[in-house]
Design a protein around this ligand. Structure first.
Ligand code: GCB
Length: 609
């Protein structure tokens, strides 16, 4: 009996850990949208009183005797998108519930379905439309939407969202991070209109290992009648049609070289695909249509694989000249959210000589990947499984997997994305392995075309001059990310000169972090901490050391720009900033920027795919 109960309990637990398929609308920018960005009314609610007294009803007193102890209309405002911490000085350190409200006018259309879409809300969001709850979302960096076709009024409406960024042990990330816990509606909020039957999602990439075969799928939502989907790539004279199965899904698989010519005209024969690479970031307009819906976007085609300890782009070895970056707004600070922010950050990466960027430590704004597609920057995208987590908690695993799922759902058609990272510097304790193995397997199941990685911890060996990577998680990854801080947390920069590396796997290695802190303009001797000279010297010695690792396939030093962190206290040096940026938060390049740039310029001369 006891055993039976245990089995039931165990199966419930594993069922809880199995996330539902992503139900996001693919390619929101390719749809008809109405922006709800702008000024929202807000109430700070540290004791979460608003839930009990129903802020979401947005009430006004009925008469002069009526008691209503809040008033959105008279409350302070915040801009959306944007974190609350850097918009109002009284909210800089605030962590907890905060309510947003705004009205909007909407004109209903026949045969149209409407969704309320959030780019991200950190961390927990409860969403209400016209006083009725639409749902909740957990996870601070992934998009979510609710269908409001029946709930939205023709005319005036109001949305209320409670956003709560209180840190929790069972959350992903957990309670301790080296970045600011920016709260709020940090990305775009918009209404999305689609036809009654619409293309909810699709995946279009080269089949694994092929440069001429396109593979993927299209998922329809709604009643269907015609049963055919068409894929067009006008620039390559490609027109492909296939049937939709009764569950609304169409499997796509065709070899471009084997497709026939349109109208039997040689001028309209399919042309071989020009492959995307950082040097030639060719994107094609891809049009998907069927069941009365049509959606298009720009997609590039390339392959990414590993062979022994090499990473191959389009079949040829590539050295990933990378940099790690946080989603911190240049100049003004706070969470970055605009195309201009992203252009500045990626522009700096280009100036540094990068062909690769690590988006640490959580999913960044979707515009980053779209820009990277155009600018020719390969990407490492990551979920915030960071440092210690509640490894045994099925809820935590579920939330981590949901974030992986929704990141993949959002960015799977972005050619720039080469690697999905399942976590950063997770401690090598037995209980964390099952957790991370599960995310790795799930990511592979959702997307077999990308490489799976994680930023791992290396270990000091008994011998002081040896660093070793033997994390058992390495066996489940395609590419090993290694974070190391030789010369900063670990010894002196000179230690790099005689350090030996032992890596237990014949797999490509990306040194995903190394670095040193220096505020811009702080000069002194190269052996004095916090000076630009120290940081520059450390980069010189690190680069020389890392080049001796035979399986080195790339690096993403820490970090492109200084960023806010609650763990960095040193007055006049840190002031709540992690100063390991190669560029200051005001855009000034430090000496180490030029050290890395010189190395990358040299590496760029090595023939690239
Ligand atoms: C790390 C973390 C990163 C920190 C960095 C640091 O290992 O992965 O999030 O910001 O070190 O500066 O200490």
């Amino acid at each position: 009996m006891r055993q039976a109960l245990l089995l039931v309990l165990l199966s419930c637990l594993s069922a809880a850990a199995e996330p539902q398929p992503a139900n996001l609308i693919a390619n929101v920018p390719g749809r008809t949208t109405y922006s709800l960005n702008g000024v929202w009314r807000t109430i700070v609610d540290p004791y979460e009183t608003g839930l009990g007294i129903r802020f979401y009803e947005n009430r006004k007193p009925r008469d002069k005797a009526d008691l209503v102890e809040y008033d959105f209309g008279a409350s302070p405002t915040l801009n959306v998108p944007g974190d609350w911490n850097t918009q109002r000085s009284d909210l800089f350190f605030y962590e907890g519930p905060l309510w947003y409200e705004r009205g909007f006018t909407y004109h209903k259309r026949e045969h149209t379905r409407t969704f309320l879409h959030f780019g991200a809300a950190n961390y927990l969001a409860r969403v209400y439309l016209n006083g009725t709850k639409l749902g909740e979302h957990e996870g601070g960096f992934t998009p979510f939407d609710f269908e409001i076709t029946n709930a939205v009024h023709d005319g005036e409406n109001f949305v209320v969202v409670e956003v709560n960024n209180a840190r929790r042990l069972d959350a992903v990330p957990s309670v301790n991070t080296d970045w600011w816990n920016y709260g709020g509606l940090t990305r775009d909020v918009e209404l999305v209109d689609v036809p009654e039957t619409f293309i909810r999602d699709y995946f279009m990439q080269l089949a694994k290992g092929s440069t001429s075969e396109i593979a993927g799928w299209v998922q329809f939502d709604g009643k269907r009648s015609r049963n055919e989907v068409t894929i067009e790539i006008p620039d390559a004279n490609i027109i492909y049609k296939t049937l939709i199965s009764p569950d609304g899904r169409a499997e796509i698989r065709f070899d471009v070289s084997k497709l026939g010519c349109t109208d039997n005209s040689p001028a309209k024969c399919p042309k071989p695909l020009q492959l995307w690479s950082p040097e030639t970031p060719k994107l094609y307009r891809v049009v998907i249509s069927g069941e009365g819906d049509r959606v298009e976007e720009e997609i590039g085609f390339r392959t990414i694989e590993v062979r022994g300890h090499e990473i191959l782009l389009n079949g040829k070895p590539i050295f990933l000249r990378g940099i790690s970056m946080h989603e911190e707004a240049p100049f003004r600070g706070g969470r970055a959210f605009s195309v201009e922010d992203d252009q500045t950050l990626l522009g700096w990466a280009k100036e540094l000589g990068c062909n690769f960027v690590r988006l640490a430590h959580y999913p960044h704004n979707p515009t980053v990947a779209r820009l990277a597609d155009k600018m020719g920057l390969l990407l490492w995208e990551e979920v915030p499984v960071y440092w210690g987590n509640d490894w045994k908690n099925p809820h935590t695993l579920e939330v981590a997997e949901e974030q992986m799922r929704d990141l993949i759902a959002r960015d799977k058609n972005r050619t720039a994305v080469a690697l999905w990272s399942i976590g950063n510097e997770t401690p090598i304790v037995p209980e964390r392995l099952d957790f991370l193995k599960s995310i790795a397997a799930y990511a592979r199941q959702l997307d077999s075309t990308r490489l799976i990685t994680a930023a791992l911890n290396q270990r000091k060996q008994a011998a002081p001059d040896v660093r070793e990577l033997d994390d058992p998680l390495g066996g489940y990854l395609d590419v090993l990310g290694i974070n190391e801080y030789i010369g900063w947390y670990d010894g002196r920069p000179e230690d790099c000169d005689h350090m030996e590396w032992k890596i237990a796997y014949d797999k490509p290695v990306i040194i995903s972090e190394f670095g040193a802190g220096a505020p811009f303009g702080n000069h002194g001797d190269a052996d004095a901490r916090w000076t630009e000279e120290y940081q520059g010297d450390l980069f010189t010695r690190q680069i020389t050391m890392l080049r001796r690792i035979p399986s080195l396939a790339g690096m993403t030093p820490w970090v492109l720009m200084d960023f806010h962190s609650p763990r960095r206290f040193l007055p006049a040096v840190q002031d709540f900033y992690n100063r390991k940026g190669l560029i200051s938060n005001r855009g000034q390049r430090k000496q180490a920027f030029y050290v890395l740039q010189k190395f990358y310029r040299e590496m760029a001369k090595v023939p690239q795919p």
